[in-house]
Design a protein around this ligand. Structure first.
Ligand SMILES: [Mg+2]
Length: 218
């Protein structure tokens, strides 16, 4: 379990941890197949049939998170489409209260995200969460996604955190695995990153439904 007295640095994921992953799932699983079908004169089914394996191929890579890559690949203005549905960007329950409480402690609070800069800026603008962080790091400026061990090696050169005094909270099991392999001692998973989907059972990590569970203890 987490020994809060030992923790001086908290690394926080954005999508699915601080924010509702429903925005991203809706965007990639519903809106993009629709827009791609329209643009390329396909049925929705044909569009999904083309996109699903394409998405699968790039999952977990930096390209997967790169808006420029997808704009070019799909011939769609991904950022403009994200802007169109920006009203769907939502903060998960208790995120702000948790971040306020953390800010009262002397701990370093760092946002570490795979989100592309355009997406990160849009979400920070919509949610006004930037004020809670000492540092914000996108994997696009590191050059590797969080799923890759190189990300953690490079991050540690920038942030100089100590593995045994650091907590990472993230909804991606692949990211938690990479952080664990790097040696980060405290790891927490999110059970329900998407408010519209069923709660997941997490086998290998301690997990929480939302950040509200941490408020009394952190
Ligand atoms: Mg996430």
């Amino acid at each position: 379990m987490i020994n809060w007295k030992e923790i001086d640095t908290i690394l926080l994921d954005m999508d699915g941890t601080l924010l509702d992953l429903h925005f991203d799932n809706f965007f990639w699983q519903e809106l993009i197949p629709e827009k791609y079908a329209e643009k390329h004169h396909l049925s929705l089914e044909q569009s999904q049939k083309y996109l699903n394996p394409l998405f699968k191929n790039h999952e977990g890579t930096l390209n997967w998170y790169c808006l420029d890559f997808w704009s070019q690949k799909l011939d769609l203005n991904i950022l403009a489409l994200k802007n169109e549905i920006a009203d769907k960007i939502a903060i998960r329950p208790f995120t702000c209260t948790f971040l306020e409480k953390l800010n009262q402690s002397q701990r370093r609070i760092v946002l570490v995200t795979n989100a592309h800069h355009h997406s990160l800026n849009l979400k920070m603008e919509k949610t006004q969460l930037l004020r809670f962080f000492h540092q914000v790091i996108s994997s696009h400026s590191i050059g590797f996604p969080k799923e890759n061990k190189q990300f953690w090696n490079k991050l540690q050169r920038i942030e100089t955190f100590h593995n045994e005094h650091t907590l990472l909270i993230d909804d991606s099991i692949n990211v938690l695995d990479a952080a664990k392999n790097h040696g980060i001692k405290y790891l927490l998973a999110i059970k329900s990153p998407d408010s519209q989907k069923a709660v997941r059972t997490i086998a290998n990590y301690d997990s929480i439904a939302d950040l509200g569970e941490l408020i009394p203890v952190c």
